[in-house]
Design a binder for this molecule. Structure first.
Ligand code: PEP
Length: 257
């Protein structure tokens, strides 16, 4: 399975600065077959960036979209509108769950809309610091995964990528470093939930990413976790040296294997 490295630019970079970053990434990152590199800029710059990137080198992702295809929903952009523009949409990021009150039910509808529009959703799941301290991690992950996938068939699940992002490890919040040994059992849990829902083979084929303060120094440790297929990178993805360093590490590991 190819490694997937996704750069979530969050609400950073205007059109000019985004274009500058793309030029630098284009210079630094070589086309490689073993790693998919995906950029997730803000909604406004998706279109201009799509014309500037080499699509053989970079995929594109939106950071959010609305689950209804069309209608009177002021301020929203639908998956239908994005379907010819992006390969992925990030769904259920913890910043959306926390700042915009996105519930598991809202996220389920977005996952369904994404798949309906033939876009791969990157479903983000993860426990908060408080949930971790109360030993609720496994229950939280179970609820998030089962609700989000509730309306999908086993063919549709093929398109879904899941990113485990412990909220306490995301730079926006506490930004603590998670130990790779803490992550592995949660990856196993996610695959076992998917296996219970859709069978062993579907679970084996599921692409699982790690996210939470990943940098070029720490990425290899996470990519070496059993069952890890890539990384969702936030803060470090808008620094071209850091992000191309992360991609380099991913190539190096893949080429060694
Ligand atoms: C993210 O935005 O998904 C993320 C993991 O952010 P950071 O790498 O900054 O922790």
């Amino acid at each position: 399975m190819k490694t997937l490295i996704v750069g979530n630019w969050k609400m950073h970079l205007n059109t000019h600065d985004a274009s500058l970053l793309v030029k630098r990434l284009n210079d630094q990152i070589k086309t490689q077959r073993s790693v998919d590199v995906v950029l997730a800029p803000n909604m406004l710059v998706l279109q201009p960036i799509s014309l500037e990137i080499d699509r053989r080198k970079f995929g594109l992702a939106a950071q959010n979209a609305y689950s209804v295809d069309e209608g009177a929903y002021t301020g929203e952009v639908s998956f239908t509108m994005l379907r010819d523009l992006v390969d992925y949409v990030i769904v259920g990021h913890s910043e959306r769950r926390i700042y915009f009150n996105e519930s598991n039910d809202v996220i389920r509808d977005k996952i369904q809309a994404s798949v309906r529009n033939e876009i791969s959703p990157i479903l983000c799941v993860g426990e908060t610091k408080q949930e971790k301290l109360q030993h609720e991690t496994r229950r939280v992950i179970h609820d998030q995964v089962t609700t989000a996938l509730a309306n999908l068939t086993s063919e549709e699940i093929d398109k879904v990528v899941i990113a485990y992002e412990p909220v306490w490890a995301i730079s926006t919040f506490q930004g603590e470093q998670a130990k790779p040994s803490d992550i592995e059992p949660i990856f196993e849990l996610i695959r076992s939930i998917v296996s219970d829902l859709y069978g062993h083979q579907v679970a084996e084929n599921l692409r699982l990413l790690y996210g939470g303060s990943v940098t070029s120094d720490t990425v290899s440790g996470y990519l070496k976790i059993r069952g890890c297929n890539g990384a969702l990178v936030g803060g470090a993805s808008i620094n071209y040296k850091e992000f191309s360093g992360i991609v380099e590490q991913a190539y190096a590991l893949k080429n060694k294997a």
